[in-house]
Design a protein around this ligand. Structure first.
Ligand code: UD1
Ligand code: UDP
Length: 385
């Protein structure tokens, strides 16, 4: 009889869903693997947007989100809820993604039940425990719990090797975010949002902005938004599109600094499809997000990262991403350079693809089969030429 692996994909936030959705879809194609989905719903609306788009109906939904939740709330509720799901489901492997608190807790719950853990997007590191917070520690702890590490790049693999992880248990796959992006981006896209369709993309320079990092709440975010205000005042052809994260603490600061500023469009989080296609029309991107640092370079869009550290050095090396931190002066100066000088802009606006080739999910599926002995050959690794 052919062996069937029971997998349980567990995720809870928007970026995890975007990066796990193509994997869930890929696993549906593999006879040897039966994959179910459990969501903690650490995010609610922002998660549901992605589930709807990809047509995924989770078998289990813990629905844990509360307004202004703390790390303790998420950890405690998810751990107890997942215990029951694992007891009922008895999977062979739990698949988790990246570095959220859902990720770490799902890894921990699986370990407590002695179920194997597959970590997708494994091995990213800044080396700074508090930056990003709590993500750097979440991914290190998940790495310690994992049995198979699906690293997006060779840099990520090297990080794991330097921590003593067995190389046989690491596979370089590329990042699943590129699988999702390639399936979503389209030329001549129209939005169906009057505010976005009303912008003249040929004659305006559109800056796309997102922020949400816990360590940036308060003064750092205030500085970022004040800098943006200054840039918009200085350049009359600039429009800012800023889909504001649902975290009420973020929204409050955004509204207080940027509310009612001409040419600054503060909108609700966009669905993934319009968001990617908005980035595709943008002049450049300012963000503290992890995922955007992977997506924008592959669309050839310069990215200014509103953080002091990054776990994604590949696009910095390629010249498309620059770390600008949260200093008012640094942000205004760097934006001005990009807006004043074609040469400076062209230096950064290169389409680079260090993060994937759209086949990461296929490699992960084959990797799981190899790990469980139902496929003889190790999948070929993702390589950048
Ligand atoms: C979480 C992750 C972070 C990830 C980010 C992606 C942790 C600790 N943080 O941060 O790693 O990069 O998601 O966006 O795992 N909210 C809503 N509706 C939503 C989503 C959030 O109302 O759909 C509000 C709630 O009030 C919630 C708050 O946002 O309490 C914060 O959500 P939380 O998941 O704790 O933190 P994020 O900053 O979103
Ligand atoms: N994104 C989206 N709608 C938005 C803003 C972002 O769908 O309005 C997507 C974006 O394309 C990326 C992901 O959400 O794939 C990034 O999520 P976030 O910034 O919340 O988290 P991080 O990447 O920092 O973990």
């Amino acid at each position: 009889m052919n062996k069937q692996i029971k997998a349980l994909a567990v995720f809870g936030t928007r970026p995890e869903a975007i990066k796990m959705a193509p994997l869930v879809k890929e696993l549906e194609k593999h006879d040897g693997i039966n994959c179910k989905v459990a969501v903690t719903a650490q995010h609610r609306e922002m998660l549901d947007q992605v589930l709807d788009l990809f047509g995924i109906t989770p078998e289990f939904d813990l629905n844990i989100m509360t307004p202004n939740q703390t790390l303790f709330d998420i950890t405690a509720k998810a751990l107890t809820g997942l215990n029951e799901i694992l007891d009922q489901e008895q999977p062979d492997i739990v698949l988790v993604h990246g570095d959220t608190t859902t990720t770490f807790v799902a890894g921990l719950a699986a370990f407590y039940r002695q179920v194997k853990v597959g970590h997708v997007e494994a091995g990213l590191r800044t080396g700074n425990k508090y930056s990003p917070y709590p993500e750097e520690m979440n991914r290190k702890l998940t790495g310690a719990l994992a049995d198979i590490h699906f690293s997006p790049t060779r840099v990520a693999k090297a990080n794991l090797l330097s921590e003593g992880v067995d190389p046989d248990h690491i596979m370089v796959t590329g990042n699943t975010v590129i699988d999702a992006l390639l399936a979503t981006v389209r030329d001549n896209y129209t939005f169906n949002y009057p505010e976005l369709d009303g912008i003249d993309y040929s004659n305006r320079r559109v800056l796309v902005v997102t922020t949400h990092r816990r360590e940036n709440l308060g003064e750092p975010m205030r500085n970022v938004y004040s800098a943006l205000r200054k840039v918009v005042e200085q350049y009359s052809d600039v429009e800012v599109v800023f889909p504001v994260h649902k975290n009420p603490k973020v929204k409050e600061i955004v509204d207080s600094v940027l509310g009612n500023t001409p040419r600054v469009h503060l909108i609700d989080p966009l669905e993934y499809e319009p968001f990617i296609n908005l980035m595709n029309k943008a002049h450049f991107v300012l963000t503290d997000s992890g995922g955007l640092q992977e997506e924008a370079p592959s669309l050839g869009k310069p990215v200014l990262v509103l953080r002091d550290t990054t776990e994604r050095p590949e696009a910095v090396q390629a010249g498309t991403v620059k770390l600008v931190g949260t200093s008012y002066t640094e942000i205004v100066d760097t934006c001005s350079k990009l807006l004043d000088s074609d040469e400076e802009y062209k230096k950064m606006a290169n389409a680079v693809n260090p993060y994937g080739d759209g086949k990461a999910c296929e490699r992960i599926a084959e990797g799981i089969k190899y790990f469980f002995g139902i496929k003889e050959d190790r999948p070929r690794e993702f390589k950048i030429d």
